[in-house]
Design a protein around this ligand. Structure first.
Ligand SMILES: [Zn+2]
Length: 565
């Protein structure tokens, strides 16, 4: 065969191949969407609190075909979705998902932070100018609003784009899991009041609780669930992905109740009759998710989501996965069983959505706000470096060091969430150099066991964006809310107790989280390149042909759509 001809034939085959591949996988473009009329009727955001990306594969053989597997097998899985800032916590996570930007811009630098202005701790969704709705007025559980959020959300943008014809509803057991996703203009944001076992809101949103929420509360679903005994869904020896039931890495379910002061099955929930703990205990079981599932089905039905002329948005955040993970640790049978039961709750929501709204009219995304680490002693027992960082002791030692070095007492205002806030007023008065003190603090901290980095506020804004953790620390830093020195611990080090675990680091176990798009025209497949938590909101905005949220710094993910030109 003539070489030239042969080469041309190969080139032709390659070209056809490329064209074919492109026609199947080319990302959707604006031109491919025929205006806003072509948009899905309902966007459903499902956030699983503390779900690591590897749980999909770890629990794959235990999942049914109708829940997580249905989303993966029918949707578009972004396998490398990472949080792109260091404070991997619930508040920053939910804010980043729905604002499409990092704490440096949306202001949610942590679940709580120290305010120099108020000389007090600020919790991310507290708003004491508001009143509780749905519970007693003096109850602070309802005094919430998005007032601390500095940029708007995808739901707000949807409202702006549709002249407020869209309906945006956000629900969670956690206030911050609902308030931050709901944004400034939600039509209803509801969370669980763990004092009275009801779903509540604040007068930021409405003056009286929506009738369907009152009706739901009257069903006393939380009370019914607390009559259950938490038993494993499978024979206990089938939990091959987890440690045995009785290991020292797990916390007890409820130390106030004799029968629940243990970490082994079965858990007789009806033994918790204490008013002060009963509704809290529910959160630390899979039935907290079941309660939210029931509330989600009621919201879909009564708010008629997906049945309006414009696209609606429904934000659901499941929190019990986080409570169970913190309490029992990520290797526990309790955690695995919580995911097996959540899989069924998610299946029920998907069944309802597909039967009543239709898969072709729905666009679902499922993600998480953060992951979690292995229990420190579990890691140590397997010879993997890990440790507990004691910020109280470190703070005392640091204070003594600064007093000796600069001859001034009280140079530290607050040491919280690995942020050191210096007494800038006193430093000014004493005509000391802030830069010098920040540097001294950082140098001291770098010598403390468990500290990987101590970065000073002077250097963070001018970090080069070349090194991952520098970039992420920069994405965390908000001059008005962050400290003067930001600490990053070593991998698997944490501020926590001996049992269970936590999160909040820039490391993979905390920042590698799932992301699946499903429904509407989404083509089944996987995407390997790294994407970030902040890319979710601009992807939804792109698919809807609307503006991304106002502070958005993420980029749309090329989710392939059927029928794209
Ligand atoms: Zn947590």
């Amino acid at each position: 065969m003539n070489t030239l001809k042969y080469n041309s034939a190969i080139l032709l085959i390659i070209c056809i191949g490329i064209l074919n591949v492109n026609s199947q996988t080319i990302p959707s473009t604006k031109a491919s969407i025929e205006g806003f009329n072509d948009a899905p009727k309902l966007i459903v955001g499902i956030v699983i609190d503390q779900m690591r990306a590897d749980y999909i594969s770890r629990f794959w053989n235990k999942f049914s075909e109708r829940g997580f597997k249905r989303l993966v097998n029918g949707g578009y899985l972004c396998e490398n979705n990472y949080i792109n800032y260091t404070q991997s916590e619930t508040g920053p996570g939910h804010a980043a998902i729905y604002t499409g930007t990092t704490p440096s811009i949306n202001g949610i630098v942590s679940n709580d932070w120290y305010s120099r202005e108020k000389n007090d701790r600020v919790y991310c969704v507290d708003d004491f100018s508001r009143e509780s709705v749905g519970t007693v007025l003096i109850d602070s559980n309802g005094k919430k609003s998005p007032a601390n959020l500095l940029s708007n959300t995808i739901g707000d943008q949807l409202h702006l784009a549709t002249n407020f014809k869209s309906k945006v509803i956000a629900i969670s057991l956690k206030d911050r899991g609902a308030v931050l996703p709901g944004g400034f203009t939600s039509n209803g944001t509801f969370w669980y009041d763990n004092v009275n076992g009801k779903f509540i809101t604040s007068d930021y949103y409405m003056d009286t609780l929506a009738p369907w929420v009152i009706k739901f509360n009257d069903r006393k679903v939380a009370d019914s669930l607390m009559k259950l005994t938490w038993l494993p869904s499978l024979d206990i020896d089938k939990y091959s992905e987890s440690t045995p039931d009785d290991v020292p890495y797990e916390g007890v379910l409820n130390s106030n109740v004799l029968e629940l002061n243990k970490h082994t099955f079965p858990y007789y929930l009806n033994k918790d009759t204490l008013r002060k703990t009963k509704y809290k205990t529910l959160r630390v079981t899979p039935y907290g998710n079941t309660l939210l599932k029931e509330f989600a089905l009621a919201a879909l039905r009564y708010e008629e989501l997906g049945k309006h002329s414009a696209t609606d948005l429904f934000a659901i955040s499941f929190s019990s996965t986080d409570y169970v993970g913190h309490n029992f640790g990520i290797n526990s049978i309790e955690l695995e069983d919580t995911y097996i039961k959540l899989d069924k709750d998610i299946a029920e929501i998907l069944d309802y959505l597909e039967a009543n709204i239709g898969k072709e009219n729905l666009l679902i995304f499922l993600t998480a706000d953060h992951g979690a680490a292995n229990n420190v002693y579990y890691s140590k027992d397997h010879h993997i470096p890990a440790g507990l960082f004691d910020s109280k002791i470190t703070e005392e030692l640091l204070k003594a060091y600064l007093k000796e070095k600069f001859g001034v007492d009280n140079l530290i205002l607050k040491f919280t969430n690995l942020n050191v806030y210096l007494n800038q007023k006193l430093i000014d008065e004493k005509k000391l150099s802030l830069y010098e003190i920040e540097t001294a603090v950082a140098n001291f901290l770098l010598k403390c066991e468990g500290v990987a980095y101590a970065n000073i506020a002077f250097e963070i804004p001018i970090f080069e964006n070349t090194y991952a953790f520098h970039k992420w620390i920069k994405n965390d830093y908000n001059a008005a809310r962050s400290g003067d020195v930001l600490i990053t611990l070593l991998p698997n080090w944490m501020e926590w107790g001996n049992t269970g675990t936590t999160h909040g680091s820039p490391y993979n176990y905390d920042t590698h989280i799932p992301l699946i798009f499903y429904g509407w025209k989404v083509v089944n497949g996987t995407y390997l390149p790294e994407v970030n938590i902040t890319d979710i909101a601009p992807t939804i905005a792109h698919l809807l042909n609307i503006q991304p949220p106002n502070g958005c710094s993420g980029k749309p993910i090329p989710v392939p759509l059927n029928g794209s030109r």
